[in-house]
Design a protein. Structure first.
Length: 76
């Protein structure tokens, strides 16, 4: 079984720099179509089933608004 993860993005902290979208090797993330309370279009996990818990998105986020969880039962 492949490694699987879950990405949680704090929409209010995200400033929409999209560094995480570019860093994701399996294209889990996309720009949201709904703005947050500041009028910024944040990132969203558009394809969460593809997440491999690599941590690339978490590592490049300058605002620390991404949490990454490795799903239980997934092999490393």
């Amino acid at each position: 079984m492949a490694r699987r993860g879950k990405v949680v993005i704090d929409r209010e902290l995200c400033k929409g720099c999209f560094l995480c979208i570019r860093a994701c090797p399996v294209k889990v993330l996309e720009e949201d179509t709904e703005p947050n309370s500041t009028g910024t279009y944040p990132t969203k996990a558009a394809h969460p089933e593809k997440c491999i818990a690599c941590g690339s998105c978490f590592e490049v986020c300058p605002d620390v608004c991404i949490e990454l969880f490795e799903l239980e039962g997934a092999e490393a």
